[in-house]
Design a protein around this ligand. Structure first.
Ligand code: HAM
Length: 429
């Protein structure tokens, strides 16, 4: 075991790693699909700092949520000369920072609807296991400024299209309406009343949730809790008329789009900011951590962060979990692009000459590399193969004296002698 290892629950992303979740080529491919799909749907990228004032997350995510009570990486800065400190938190989700930036920079003035996306590292101190990390990454979108169900349908369609484009056909879209703040408060009161006499039999977690965040009792992992709550009142029965009609309109749009969904009246999700639409995309192929993406509407959040009243909806999509699903499904991914030429210099003089030759070729836009260690010819050609080089350029003292190099076509296994001053043109064709 080396002395220093990556912190528990984090992972390095490396060239040519066996697991896709650790392999940079797979990340680049997935990120290219993110860029392509967001452009198609008209979403623009936003990048916010990796940490924010702690209070932002208390306010946005909610005091009683698991994220705020158990999972945040909070830290206090060293005191400045006046003895003052700042309280910051590593971003535990992407919605609050995006909305903070939206309010701070008055993006509402720039266009009526802002459609934003991010690719960002997210930090949560959770129990680490396969598919659950302490630093994970999300592709998220937030659409701000539109209240109609059309944008809900677009956001959901984008997530579904993204997974389809990657090659994950088999998905479950769970959807629910969590109502308005007022209708949810009525429901929570009814749920607490129902659960009260059952508390002695419930898990400690659920007894705590009953106090702090009763809605989350429905998310309990304990089978006993689930059995006790099997006949609990349903959120759906408490919905106000507006939330109900919004939901029905949305389901109609999803039908029109041919997007199959499962209505799940128990889907509540772990954030206080959701109103009306809440959804989750799950994959049956990846084991316990099956939620690949989750999102919903948050019509009061911008205002609660100090902005103008602005409706919004978005989702966060776990990149690690998506890569785990793709590998489990053995999806075909595009081949990594090869290089044009690999230089195989023989002897010290040739190795010295390759410094300038590489720079000349690269200056002409030719992707090339070289052996730097004076290895045997077979080892150099093996490396050219490993890099999927189209040509190996072999040269020693004799070739240098004659102003030529030997160009070996790696696929055809043929070789030609090419004058150095014609090499760029030769390789560029
Ligand atoms: P979330 O459901 O907490 O939502 O996270 C979104 C996705 O991130 C999850 O579906 C999962 O794929 C992935 N994820 C979450 N935690 C972990 C973890 N510990 N390890 C690996 N992957 C994880 C949000 O964060 C909301 N901000 C989504 C949102 C955006 N709602 C509206 N806009």
């Amino acid at each position: 075991m080396p002395k220093y290892v990556a912190p528990k629950g984090t992972h390095d992303i490396l060239p040519a790693a066996k697991d896709w979740v650790d392999d940079i080529a797979k990340w680049h491919w997935l990120e290219s699909v993110v860029r392509e799909i967001t452009r198609t749907y008209g979403y623009e990228e936003i990048r916010t700092p990796a940490f924010e004032q702690t209070d932002l997350f208390h306010r946005a995510v909610g005091e009683g949520t698991d994220i705020v009570t158990k999972e945040m990486y909070d830290f206090e800065t060293k005191p400045n000369i006046k003895g003052e400190t700042d309280k910051f938190t590593l971003r535990p989700e992407g919605t609050a920072p995006t909305l903070r930036a939206y309010v701070e920079h008055r993006l509402d003035l720039s266009r009526p609807v802002n459609k934003l996306y991010y690719l960002a590292a997210i930090f949560r101190h959770e129990k680490s296991q396969k598919g659950r990390y302490r630093q994970h990454h999300q592709f998220g979108v937030e659409a701000l400024g539109a209240s109609g169900a059309e944008i809900d349908a677009e956001v959901i369609a984008l997530a579904v299209a993204f997974f389809r484009r990657l090659g994950i056909p088999n998905l479950t879209l769970k959807i629910n309406s969590v109502g308005t703040v007022a209708s949810r408060a009525r429901y929570v009161a009814a749920l607490r009343e129902y659960a009260e006499p059952l508390l002695p039999e419930m898990s400690e977690d659920n007894r705590r949730r009953h106090e702090t965040n009763a809605l989350r009792m429905l998310d309990s992992k304990s089978e006993r809790d689930q059995a006790l709550l099997a006949d609990a009142p349903l959120l759906t029965d408490f919905l106000d008329a507006e939330s109900q009609s919004h939901h029905e309109t949305l389901l109609g749009y999803l039908d029109d789009l041919g997007i199959v969904y499962e209505s799940d009246p128990r889907l509540v999700r772990g954030f206080d900011y959701y109103v009306k639409t809440a959804f989750e995309v799950q994959s049956p192929d990846v084991g316990a951590q099956s939620a690949l993406a989750g999102g919903g509407r948050y019509d009061a959040l911008v205002e609660s962060l100090g902005g103008q009243p602005t409706p919004g909806i978005g989702f966060g999509l776990g990149i690690e979990r998506t890569l785990i699903a793709l590998q489990a499904l053995n999806v075909k991914t595009p081949d990594a692009p090869g290089i044009a030429a690999f230089l195989c210099p023989i002897g010290d003089a040739a190795r010295g000459a390759s410094v300038k030759l590489l720079e000349t070729l690269r200056g002409a836009g030719i992707v090339c590399d070289a052996d730097y260690t004076g290895r045997r010819m077979k080892a150099m050609l093996d490396q050219a193969d490993a890099l999927h080089a189209r040509y190996a350029i072999v040269f020693g003292d004799d070739e240098l004296a004659g102003g030529v190099v030997n160009v070996r076509d790696m696929a055809a296994k043929t070789q030609a002698t090419v004058a150095l001053d014609a090499l760029t043109a030769f390789l560029g064709t």
